[in-house]
Design a protein around this ligand. Structure first.
Ligand code: AMP
Length: 410
């Protein structure tokens, strides 16, 4: 029997999300999450999808990532899906920052680990946790290929004109300052699925992808290749997000330092954790914001302003990427907000008829897990909703790589 299972690990600083997939049919065998690693109240949630059993939840201190992965392995064993199984083909890891070097998924060896480590200064929150996840998985199954799938890889095709900031080249190069982009696995998956929905080859289709989750980013994809994206050196640039500001005049930072007497860390926290929708109206969840708007009264107006700022920024990026691409075949919404919030989709596309963009109210109101068109029949440019599936994409890329026996280009 050939090994067809892939374990996907998404290791954060205090959490590990996982899914076990069977790549013979893409089915999910198990999924879960370990949260609050290192705290007394760590929690493990496990869904034994293959057995159809009850979800399991346990609480109690899980000291570190190694203990977390061991706890996950135990849960999987209880379902007869242990990590010692010969059916496990590989472990695929989400790695946030791959810099310029990693343009595709890569089998991990010492040199790859060293390079991910070298990138820590540009991804101080993410890459250390990703590294810990890989090392822990290696210790558990040293014989198994560990594959790193980079959030930045899909964006490495951006031309220099889009990837460079207009700052002194020497300084930029010395500190590796350029636009890398993130959410690449999602943008790759969704743009390909959108082409499928249109019944065309990805190479023939130009797509604007709007990944609107708690983090949010837009990308311009020309014939399957990313030519621009809204996140930059870090995930802070671009759209208004749940708690991140997105674009601001960089001088806001000097002003806060000089006049507001804030420290670098305080400003970092302000822009990454206390801004965006949360900073504008006190809520970062679009469901709550819509509830407040629909409820009317005094509570509605800050929520309405936050919504309007969010939509204004989104429209600007749709327009900008329309211009970058020249010809657009589809605008595609994905992730938590994009897949679920019909009012966001309606407002973002409203008034763009001159660009051939419109939303059909009836189609937009339909709730579904399937990729679907929401533009009126015969529209010049398709508007679509395509649910993203980063874990499936990581599993696909991981499995394809180990099947090819091709170590990938670093
Ligand atoms: P993600 O980061 O892709 O998991 O998206 C999470 C975000 O999606 C949440 O913070 C909400 O703002 C948003 N979201 C999820 N479900 C809905 C919904 N039914 N309506 C509006 N927004 C939603």
């Amino acid at each position: 029997m050939s090994a067809t299972r892939v374990l996907v690990l998404n290791s954060g600083s205090s959490s590990v999300k996982y899914q076990l997939l069977d790549m013979s049919d893409g089915s999910r065998l198990a999924a879960g999450l370990v949260e609050r690693i290192g705290e007394e109240s760590s929690r493990l949630k496990h869904s034994p999808l293959a057995t159809g059993g009850e979800n399991r939840e346990s609480e109690g201190r899980i000291a570190d990532h190694e203990a977390a992965l061991k706890a996950v392995a135990e849960e999987l064993s209880r379902d007869g899906l242990g990590l010692d199984s010969p059916e496990l083909a590989a472990i695929g890891h989400r790695v946030v920052h791959g810099g310029r070097k990693f343009t595709r998924p890569t089998v991990v060896d010492d040199a790859v680990l060293a390079e991910i480590e070298r990138l820590i200064p540009v991804a101080p929150l993410h890459n250390p946790a990703n590294l810990t996840g890989i090392r822990t998985a290696q210790a558990l199954r040293p014989d198994l290929p560990q594959v790193a799938v980079f959030d930045t890889a899909f964006h490495t095709t951006m031309p220099e004109s889009a990837a460079r900031y207009a700052i002194d080249v020497k300084t930029a190069d010395e500190h590796r300052i350029r636009r890398y982009g993130f959410h690449g696995t999602s943008h790759a998956y969704v743009s390909r699925k959108a082409a499928e929905l249109l019944g065309r080859a990805p190479e023939d289709v130009n797509v604007i992808v709007l990944h609107l989750g708690n983090g949010a980013s837009a990308s311009a994809v020309e014939g399957g290749r990313c030519v621009d994206t809204s996140m930059g050196l870090t995930p802070l640039e671009g759209l208004v997000m749940g708690t991140r500001s997105g674009d601001v005049d960089p001088a806001v930072i000097f002003h806060l330092m000089r006049v507001g007497e804030m420290s670098t860390d305080e400003i970092d926290t302000l822009l990454n954790k206390k801004s965006g929708l949360l900073g504008l109206c006190g809520d970062n969840d679009m469901r709550e914001i819509r509830r407040r708007i629909d409820g009317g009264g005094a509570d509605a107006s800050p929520a309405q302003l936050a919504f309007d700022i969010y939509i204004h920024r989104l429209k600007k990026y749709i327009g900008a990427y329309y211009a970058v691409l020249g010809r657009v075949d589809a605008v595609v919404f994905t992730a938590g907000v994009g897949e679920n919030a019909a009012p966001v989709r309606e407002a973002a596309i409203a008034g763009l008829d001159a660009l051939g963009l419109a939303v059909d109210g009836g189609l937009n109101a339909v709730r579904s897990d399937a990729p679907r068109l929401i533009s009126p029949e015969g529209a010049r440019v398709a508007v679509a909703v395509v649910p993203t599936d980063e874990e499936l994409e990581i599993a696909h890329q991981t499995y394809a790589l180990v099947q090819d026996g091709n170590a990938g280009a670093a």
